[in-house]
Design a protein around this ligand. Structure first.
Ligand code: G3P
Length: 227
């Protein structure tokens, strides 16, 4: 399963790009707005941090299919590299997905809350569908179960569309989505750190340090081998 960063916070993206094996960055209008900065400059800075090879998913804000496609074309040309336009699952959105695919633009269908929305987006040719796991959980739905069924649906119908699960609050949600067979998740920078944190890991490292220091003092492996 691939990990993407769901953020427009440059420090968070920079940290994730330096330390974690990320496949790309995803944004949405809320995430971009929270950065409270120049939109074009922000996109270029994100691209510079992650490079051309990693995916950058950016959402359109128009509601009409023709305008969404125009935005998609302009974003693709402006952002460059591995680019995916995020298009919401609406009737206009479905039309725009098909038009974008006819032009060879990568598409992620977003704001997915049901299996049938995902299926329709896949049939329209979307490269990714983005089901909102935590938001489903908050609505007395079961986000993991919905994603599991989308995985099955795509398998049964031989659809190449990938599942980019989004909206996460906990490590458990991420783990269950990994077990579902979804292709990728997009999570915020804080959740990246939480996923690898365990108090017993820290305890074990402290014990290694103490045991080593009793015999070798402050010298590290590097010091000893350089002598
Ligand atoms: O990008 C869409 C999704 O990640 C939204 O997440 O946390 O606002 O539900 P959240």
């Amino acid at each position: 399963m691939l990990f993407m960063v769901d953020s427009a916070d440059l420090n968070g993206i920079r940290k994730c790009a330096e330390f974690f094996p990320i496949a790309g960055v995803t944004t949405n209008p809320t995430i971009v707005s929270s950065a409270k900065t120049d939109f074009k400059k922000l996109l270029l800075e994100i691209r510079e941090i992650i490079g051309d090879d990693k995916m950058l998913h950016v959402q359109v804000t128009s509601g009409d299919a023709e305008d969404m496609v125009r935005e998609a074309e302009m974003l693709r040309d402006f952002v460059g590299g591995e680019f995916y336009v995020k298009i919401p699952i609406t009737e206009q959105g479905l039309k725009a997905i098909q038009m974008c695919k006819a032009e060879g633009i990568g598409v992620t269908t977003t704001a997915i809350f049901t299996q049938q929305q995902a299926l329709m987006a896949a049939r329209a040719g979307a490269d990714f569908v983005a089901p909102y796991v935590n938001r489903m959980d908050n609505l007395l739905s079961d986000g993991v179960h919905v994603v599991e069924e989308i995985v099955q649906l795509f398998k049964h119908q031989n659809l190449d569309t990938k599942i980019l699960a989004a909206s996460f609050k906990t490590c458990e949600q991420v783990h269950k989505i990994a077990m579902s067979g979804a292709h990728s998740v997009t999570i915020n920078p804080e959740l990246f750190s939480s996923l690898i944190y365990h108090p017993m890991t820290m305890y074990s490292l402290d014990a290694f340090d103490c045991d080593w220091a009793e015999v070798y003092g402050n010298k590290k492996v590097l010091d000893i081998l350089s002598e």
